[in-house]
Design a protein around this ligand. Structure first.
Ligand code: SF4
Ligand code: SF4
Length: 426
């Protein structure tokens, strides 16, 4: 059996587990917005299965059904049958890209977008250019670029904005309290450019919790965005390179810590993704076994309580999809926030419903992304919070942009930034 036949067999094994009960429909944001079966998990799985059974073609309608999926995996949380929807989606999207089922201009635009987002030097240069172009286009992407990305005419896409510097970290940051652990830290690609302050805060928090933090300078992109968008071969190449960059250190590390939900979810899947690669299977499994989301790690080892004065702040928490649904991490970020003296955590409605960011979704499916963002902002507003904390760069940037456009006085930050401030205010 060839590798691609193996992939299709494994896709069939997964779709057949769907018993079409429909328990996933109510939690699916795209089904809730449209009411259409082809925009639901059950409908998408049925379409993929029908294609495999040769009863329908893999045509533009099927591509659209999969493109409009957020990949949020809320359906996995709801599914009583253990359907691995995220894997089904990634396999079907891989077929779209490998079989060339998109217009060439759209494929080109999407590959350029990925190449930019996952290269700190390209992202930094692009943000500088975007900041310039913004002055002439009122913050909007030129119409031809928006059409190429989304495949639709008349679409208005915001230009990304933000810090355009690359923020490097020291290779070794010693513990600032009695040393208990030695951990690796993955600085990421988007995080390294747009959220250098979050990375710096994460390292300080780890240091304050007895960790020596090692950030290998050679570590690059984890491949999550490639894998989520059907660029499977490129995603696996990135995974192999990252494993190699941590390998000389691996035995000396107690954990590999990550502060980005989307990346962490993929790092934990390396073992499964490379299980059929004889050169990497064992190494990938060993790597994945050490990966911990930062909230998971800190709560697991016991957070050193900050000795700061109470801050008297009302905070709400947005569950990033790849933490809540991808990694089943829900309580740890809340425990971390509640460890900060004076913070009052107020839950919002639908805290674990996708905000619409979803990797590159807000650029490729802007209408649906906007509607989800508006709902998220309304739910945030109803809590009366002055701060929203969330553990993923896409959510941070998208909610921040929405709040700014809506004129809301709301601070959007990563939970570790608040803990870092508490440690530093003593
Ligand atoms: S809940 Fe699971 S088994 Fe039921 S329809 Fe959805 S994916 Fe299929
Ligand atoms: S991943 Fe999210 S958007 Fe896609 S089918 Fe599942 S619940 Fe719906």
């Amino acid at each position: 059996m060839t590798a691609s036949e193996q992939q299709l067999k494994s896709l069939d094994d997964r779709t057949i587990k769907c018993i079409r009960c429909g328990f996933c429909l109510d939690v699916c944001p795209t089904f809730r917005l449209t009411g259409q079966e082809t925009r639901s998990p059950r409908g998408r799985i049925y379409l993929v299965r029908s294609w495999r059974e040769n009863t329908i073609a893999f045509d533009s309608d099927l591509v659209a059904a999969l493109d409009t999926c957020l990949g949020c995996r809320a359906c996995e949380t709801a599914c009583p049958s253990g359907v691995e929807y995220g894997t089904i989606l990634e396999m079907a999207r891989t077929h779209i890209e490998e079989a060339g089922l998109r217009p060439a201009s759209q494929s080109f635009a999407r590959s350029q977008l990925l190449a930019t987002l996952t290269s700190p030097s390209r992202l930094s240069a692009s943000l500088k250019a975007a900041n310039l172009v913004s002055r002439f286009t009122c913050g909007k992407m030129p119409a031809f670029a928006a059409k190429m990305l989304s495949g639709k005419s008349g679409v208005s896409l915001p230009l990304p904005s933000g810090d355009a510097q690359i923020h490097e970290l020291p290779e070794c940051s010693p513990s600032t309290t009695a040393k208990r652990y030695r951990v690796g830290f993955l600085a990421g690609c988007v995080m390294r450019v747009m959220f250098g302050d979050v990375n710096a805060a994460t390292v300080r928090v780890l240091q304050a919790n007895g960790c020596e933090v090692i950030t290998p300078a050679s570590s690059g992109c984890c491949g999550a965005l490639h894998l989520h968008t059907g660029q499977h071969a490129d995603g696996l190449e990135k995974a192999r390179a990252l494993i190699v960059s941590f390998e000389p250190l691996l035995d000396s590390l107690d954990a590999i810590v990550i502060n980005s939900a989307g990346c962490g979810s993929t790092l934990k899947e390396y073992g499964a993704l490379l299980a059929n690669d004889s050169a990497y299977a064992e190494r990938a499994a060993k790597f994945s076994a050490k990966v911990r989301d930062v909230h998971e790690w800190l709560v697991g080892v016991g957070i050193t309580p900050p000795e700061s004065k109470p801050v008297d702040r009302v905070v709400t928490y947005h569950d990033a999809c790849h933490l809540a649904h991808g990694q089943k991490i829900r309580t740890q970020p809340r425990v971390l926030l509640q460890s900060i003296p004076g913070i009052r955590l107020v839950e919002m409605d639908e805290s674990d419903t996708c905000c619409g960011s979803a990797g590159t979704y807000n650029l490729t499916e802007p209408d649906m992304a906007r509607r989800l963002l508006e709902k998220k902002l309304a739910n945030l507003k109803a809590t009366g919070s002055e701060i929203v904390a969330t553990g993923n760069p896409g959510c941070l940037a998208w909610i921040r942009q929405g709040a700014e456009e809506a004129g809301m006085k709301l601070r959007i930050c990563h939970p570790v930034e608040l803990l870092d401030e508490a440690y530093r205010s003593v």
